[in-house]
Design a protein around this ligand. Structure first.
Ligand code: UT7
Length: 335
């Protein structure tokens, strides 16, 4: 649906969408070979049945690049059509420079500006959409927005409290003004930095540099997480952000055809649906297949919802995400 404004301009929105899912599928039973867990426990507590694991030869930039190329192809764009790149990840190619620089060089887009939203948690991609929209609004840029996570390489495969939850993936969108854009009607975001120690990868920065002793203790791959508090906050923040973005757009939750939330845990998604008074078919869920893929989870879910034909022209689709920081964000789209 293309609604031009009073000046005859096309809306700012998504002009292409693409994903990359590593080939290797890992089942819950395979996790039982690494930690004391079971398919029964993982399914009952999280809804997750399988996740993708990146190949040894793949790095974060490889995943991001594949998703970026898919998004360009989806929108029938060439690399030269892109003016700027913003990439959200907590699992970068290297500590510095940022992953966006590696993607820029390999994509062949020329010396355009690019940057990471590093450590933006699982809310990174939705936050980046908001930034991309304002860049397009301010100076007409066509943005490439990427959410990518290769978390299975940086987590502790012996910590059953966290390792079974995650998977690797990348998703990307071209954002700008153009005919047929999936319009970004409204966006909202927030951060509660007082909760920054509750979820994160803490070793490797200046507070806790990597030392031999820390590596010996396995702390270089230690994902800190208070699961119950993260659960509570995820439900609260994703629900509240959804209500806020709907109100900012001047519509009601009844107008929303589909909610595409960050895929953290089936129980979290069910609780968000209950709070928002949404029936099952109005909340897209694919956490059972991919687990929590961090900042890739929302673009992968949106791509899949579109791919299986759940979204019709004119539908309002709401994206909502929450992650380390704590950061949260929501975006309302009109297809
Ligand atoms: O994007 C943000 C990333 N993080 C999240 O989204 C996590 C949000 N939190 C959650 O999804 C849930 O809190 C979990 C799935 C992590 C845990 O579920 P829970 O219902 O909160 O379980 P719990 O933490 O209360 O643990 C229950 C028990 C514990 O044993 P005890 O102490 O009761 O004996 C855990 O040790 O389950 C045990 N446990 C496991 N057992 C088998 C924890 N992990 C596992 C496991 N397999 N993988």
């Amino acid at each position: 649906m293309d609604t031009q404004d009073a000046r005859g301009r096309h809306p700012i929105g998504l002009l292409g969408l693409g994903v990359y899912l590593p080939e290797r599928v890992m089942t819950n039973d395979e996790w039982s070979e690494h930690v004391d867990t079971s398919d029964e426990w993982i399914v009952a507590r999280t809804g997750i049945r399988t996740r993708r694991i990146a190949g040894d030869e793949e790095s974060t930039a490889d995943l991001a690049l594949a998703a970026a190329r898919a998004a360009l192809a989806d929108g029938a764009f060439e690399p030269a059509d892109i003016d700027e790149i913003v990439l959200a990840t907590d699992t970068p190619e290297v500590f510095a420079p940022d992953t966006a620089a590696y993607v820029q060089a390999r994509l062949g887009v020329g010396n355009i500006p690019c940057y990471d939203l590093a450590g933006s948690g699982c809310a990174g991609f939705v936050l980046a959409l908001d930034i991309a929209r304002s860049r397009a609004l301010a100076n007409g840029r066509r943005m490439l927005v990427i959410g990518v996570e290769l978390i299975t390489r940086l987590m502790n495969w012996k910590d059953r409290n966290t390792c079974v939850l995650f998977g690797d993936a990348a998703g990307a969108a071209v954002v700008g003004r153009g005919p047929g854009a999936v319009e970004i009607l409204a966006a909202t975001a927030g951060t509660d930095g007082t909760k920054s120690d509750i979820l994160g990868l803490e070793t490797g920065g200046t507070r806790q540099p990597v030392t031999m002793e820390r590596v010996r203790q396995g702390l270089h791959k230690n994902l800190v997480m208070d699961g119950r508090e993260v659960f509570r906050q995820a439900v609260h923040r994703m629900s509240a952000a959804s209500l806020e973005v709907v109100s900012t757009a001047g519509v009601s939750m009844d107008d929303v055809a589909l909610v595409v939330p960050h895929q953290a845990n089936l129980r979290i998604l069910n609780a968000v649906a209950a709070r928002l008074g949404l029936s099952d078919e109005r909340v897209f869920i694919n956490v059972q297949k991919y687990g929590n893929t961090g900042s890739a989870s929302v673009p992968v879910a949106l791509w899949e919802a579109r791919d299986v034909g759940l979204i019709k022209p004119g539908d309002l689709v709401l994206l909502t995400a929450f992650g380390a920081g704590f950061h949260w964000a929501a975006v309302l789209l009109r297809f």
